[in-house]
Write a protein that binds this ligand. Structure first.
Ligand SMILES: Nc1nc2c(ncn2[C@@H]2O[C@H](COP(=O)(O)OP(=O)(O)O)[C@@H](O)[C@H]2O)c(=O)[nH]1
Ligand SMILES: [Mg+2]
Length: 319
């Protein structure tokens, strides 16, 4: 539908119609920081906001990708269109990999209702987090019911794609003690749903008890964070994860916090992008503008203090 060489308008049309190849191509444009990619997002942005964005985070190896594979299968059984965006270079989704006992992810690759993409490269404008948000928006615009995001760990300082999830699922396994400590210390934000995967492990009960303990220390909120035990590789408990995610969504919708969350996250995104662009402009002016060079000379000669020079620089760039 949208072969290489098709016009931007054709690409937009195919993308909005849910064409997988168009979506793949659009994401590549964004990933390569191609201006056409940004233009595309600008064009389709009014059509976004419909998909349920669910983020899955947690330490490497706990089974996030496997769980997502099982959730995709579950969604397909309910006739929902799904996109997966995995930002996990350590265990990327590939056609051959991650074939659990009953989950054949390879089948999903052929299914027109499923779109799976791994991203690890970094666009130059806003870095990986912006490129991934653009990719998620494109998935949303292509009419997916669910957009599932996979990232390793939470709690980085920079704006993270996980911040754009409506529901955040923390996936752990027995022995993920570091994550419990991070939750306890407040380094990691309290997620909306906690999954303890590999629940056939004998230490599962201990793990669940520890998590309960940490959660009970936190503030009382209207949403009680459920802890779900799964064996993702066998598909066990997956249905319950899907239910809890849906319940959480209903809850924040009813409470009005979904809109609030989205507003806050998009605001952060705008600020982040504006900051990156401002920084880039300042760098350019320092490199290329003779007047700015003179300003610096004044500072070096101790005639102008750094703060006054900074104020002048900003005044020039924002006027
Ligand atoms: N025993 C067991 N292994 C699992 C389970 N779920 C996933 N795994 C395995 O754990 C490993 C890491 O899984 P993966 O989904 O790549 O983890 P991720 O790094 O969190 O995405 C793989 O070898 C999976 O087959 C489970 O429920 N039980
Ligand atoms: Mg993974």
């Amino acid at each position: 539908m949208a072969p290489p060489g098709s016009t931007a308008a054709e690409l937009v049309e195919a993308l909005l119609a849910g064409d997988k190849r168009a979506l793949a191509r659009a994401i590549s444009l964004v990933e390569n920081d191609d201006p056409e990619g940004w233009a595309l997002v600008r064009e389709v942005y009014p059509k976004t906001g419909r998909a349920a964005m669910v983020g899955f985070t947690g330490p490497p190896g706990v089974g996030k990708s496997t769980l997502i594979g099982a959730i995709v299968k579950n969604a397909r059984e309910r006739d929902r269109d799904v996109a997966v965006l995995s930002i996990d270079p350590s265990s990327p989704f590939t056609q051959g990999a991650l074939l659990g006992d009953r989950i054949r992810l390879a089948d999903h690759f052929l299914d027109p209702g499923v779109f799976i993409r791994s991203m690890a490269s970094r666009g130059s404008l806003g870095g990986l987090s912006e490129a991934t948000l653009q990719a998620a928006l494109l998935m949303d615009a292509s009419g997916k019911d669910d957009v599932l995001l996979e990232t390793v760990d939470v709690g980085q300082a920079e704006v993270d794609i996980i911040d754009h999830a409506d529901t955040v699922v923390l996936v752990l396994m027995p022995g993920s003690g570091d994550s419990i400590q991070a939750l306890k210390a407040g380094v990691m934000e309290i997620p909306d749903v906690i999954v303890v995967n590999k629940a056939d492990h004998p230490l599962t009960d201990t793990m669940v008890r520890e998590i309960r303990g940490v959660l009970s220390l936190g503030p009382k909120t209207s949403w009680r964070v459920p802890i779900v035990r799964t064996e993702a590789a066998k598909g066990e408990g997956v249905e319950e994860v899907v239910e809890k995610v849906a319940e959480h969504r209903d809850h924040i919708k009813a409470e009005g916090t979904l809109e609030e969350r989205r507003r806050r996250n998009l605001m952060n995104e705008v600020m982040e992008l504006a900051t990156v662009r401002m920084r880039r402009r300042l760098d350019e002016s320092v490199r290329e503008d003779a007047e700015v060079q003179q300003l610096l000379d004044e500072v070096v000669a101790r005639r102008l203090d750094p703060a006054s020079a900074a104020a002048k620089l900003l005044e020039r760039e924002t006027s």
